[in-house]
Design a binder for this molecule. Structure first.
Ligand code: ATP
Length: 191
């Protein structure tokens, strides 16, 4: 089964695009959900997280996301260390998941794909884009966040101009119908 990495900046609509592939019967793996699942359920991850950031990482057995975020978004070494705990586990989990599916290709959706070299493990990559203003208003509507908060998240990610040269396919997601047609065209190419 070929691996097709799917990514896009915040508010670009990568989850929407992933859903369109799913509707066509393509197996979709959502790496960020797997990371959250493993943070909550893997004993190895739990042990390493506590060794790195302290017992406060878990409250009543559940990940204390606010505490973890407050540390890693202010300390890039700690962020890298957390990624080093979680990413290898996600990679293992993904390999096991692949064995359970048969299809010409699967979609691996990840918020970070180019930045960490994850795209090198993919056969193809798809980047979802949308104009910045559109992304800002989508996220503001979804999260009730301020423009400044959204912009700071956008600016913490690689820009589209850095990602476009590394992507095999780019889907410009503005009109949902057009996006759906693009997904169908790509699906026919990849099947
Ligand atoms: P994030 O990285 O922030 O999770 P994402 O790239 O996965 O975002 P989605 O969750 O798919 O983006 O979309 C963000 C919001 O924009 C959602 O509320 C979604 O319904 C809406 N949206 C996505 N694409 C379109 C579109 N073409 N037209 C209108 N709304 C859209």
């Amino acid at each position: 089964m070929k691996i097709v990495g799917l990514t896009g900046g915040i508010g670009s609509g990568k989850s929407t695009v992933a859903r369109f592939f799913e509707e066509l019967g393509v197996p979709v793996y959502i790496a960020d959900d797997a990371g959250k699942y493993l943070l909550a359920n893997s004993k190895v991850v739990r042990r390493k997280m506590i060794a790195l950031l302290g017992e406060e990482c878990y409250v009543d057995g559940k990940p204390n996301k606010q505490y973890i975020a407050s540390i890693i978004f202010n300390d890039s070494d700690k962020l890298a260390a957390v990624n080093n705990i979680i990413h290898p586990k996600v990679a293992q989990h993904f390999k096991r998941w692949m064995k359970k599916h048969t299809s010409p290709y699967c979609i691996k959706e990840a918020a970070v794909l180019f930045e960490n070299g994850g795209y090198l493990n993919c056969d193809y990559t798809i980047l979802v884009t949308a104009p910045e203003e559109v992304r800002v208003s989508r996220v503001q509507k979804r999260d009730n966040s301020t423009r400044e908060q959204v912009m700071s998240r956008i600016n913490s990610q690689w820009s589209d101009s850095e990602k476009i040269p590394l992507a095999n396919y780019v889907i410009v997601n503005v009109d949902l119908e057009v996006t759906k047609q693009e997904v169908t065209k790509l699906h026919n190419k990849l099947s």
